[in-house]
Ligand binder design. Sequence first.
Ligand code: FDA
Length: 387
Amino acid sequence: VSAPDLLVVGAGFFGLTIAERCATELGLQVLVVDRRSHIGGNAYSEVDEQTGVEVHKYGAHLFHTSNERVWEYVNRFTGFTDYRHRVFGKYQGQIYSLPMNLGLINQFFGKAHTPAQARELIAEQSAEIATEDAANLEEKAVSLIGRPLYEAFIKGYTAKQWQTDPTELSPDIITRLPVRYTYENGWFSDTHEGLPVDGYTAWLTKMADHPGIEVRLETDFRDLREDYLGSVPIVYTGPVDEYFDHSEGRLSWRTVDLEQSVEDVDDFQGTGVVNYNDQEVPWTRIIEFKHFHPERVRTHLPGKTVIVHEYSRFAEADDEPYYPINTAEDRAKLLRYREKAQAEPMVLFGGRLGTYQYLDMHMAIGSALSMFDNRIRPHFAEGAPFA
Ligand code: FDA
């Protein structure tokens, strides 16, 4: 068997974008390996056999971008529905429309405020603490939106996400808490938004569908390393600390436990996502997937629906790493790993795990396109060093 021109570790959006560009633009033979049994990384989804509902296996994935280049690129592989994401939140027996906006403020305070009156109210309530004096997350949030809204919509949810009281959390976790003084309740404010018409897996499969690309699943890079390292250029999208056998210590992550069930009702909650803001309720959100694709109503089994309860916690060594915690200690370790990564012969590190960064899908794709332009094409087309 001849060696590939390029080895890509990880068949998520980052790895597949690199593979697709290299095969299509440069005519390279690319070997993509992933240790999971499916492609797509965390964006993978599958249709639940019983109900016909597409389930996002690693948490709800909503596509949105304001990056025109990314939007043009992704449209080569899939069409998008006109789905607009909205999120609701339950607090003390009432449902509110999020994010915090004029509708929520008026409902919460039992008022009919104009935008100017609502602004005045929140300015008064947030005057309690100056933002620059905030010593912890609670004080920072109170300084931004006032205590009543903080206690209802931030406190319990944040405590559950972090399993830590917000007075013990760093104020740096939040930079801003936007309040909209209109009734606009679209969750994202990007130029483009939608869900892939035939689902995520069809989209990801199309990206990999090129004679120059071979995908090998259930294949761990750690077992191939000796065969390829130093002889074949590698794009590595696995965890950077694992690559170096955690020599500088483990980077810390939060994970989410996803408890999936089929309920015997046609419609469980009337919308895709409901946050649970009360601290006593152990889950943070419930996702009901059928609402992401109202246009597929004929393919969904009536009388049944798939839901997922989400529970957030710190990740142990064997858990799926989802959100980087990014403590000062993590940042110091990351700097040392970056130095090591730069010295690694012919290996480029990318993607959310390879760079220890939360990346939305459009960001993972965008940064892969940049790596292709700035590092990979110059190497194969002009003989520039690979890494
Ligand atoms: P990704 O993790 O997808 O892929 C990496 C792959 O590498 C994995 O398949 C892994 O198995 C493989 N791998 C690792 N080590 C390996 C090894 N040693 N050998 C072989 N294979 C190895 N984004 C968005 O735009 N909208 C959204 O709504 C959401 N929602 C969301 C919810 C949750 C809970 C999370 C955690 C994330 C999101 N995202 C999101 C972000 C989205 O999941 C993210 O942008 C992409 O997964 C990034 O793609 P990557 O290719 O970087 O990583």
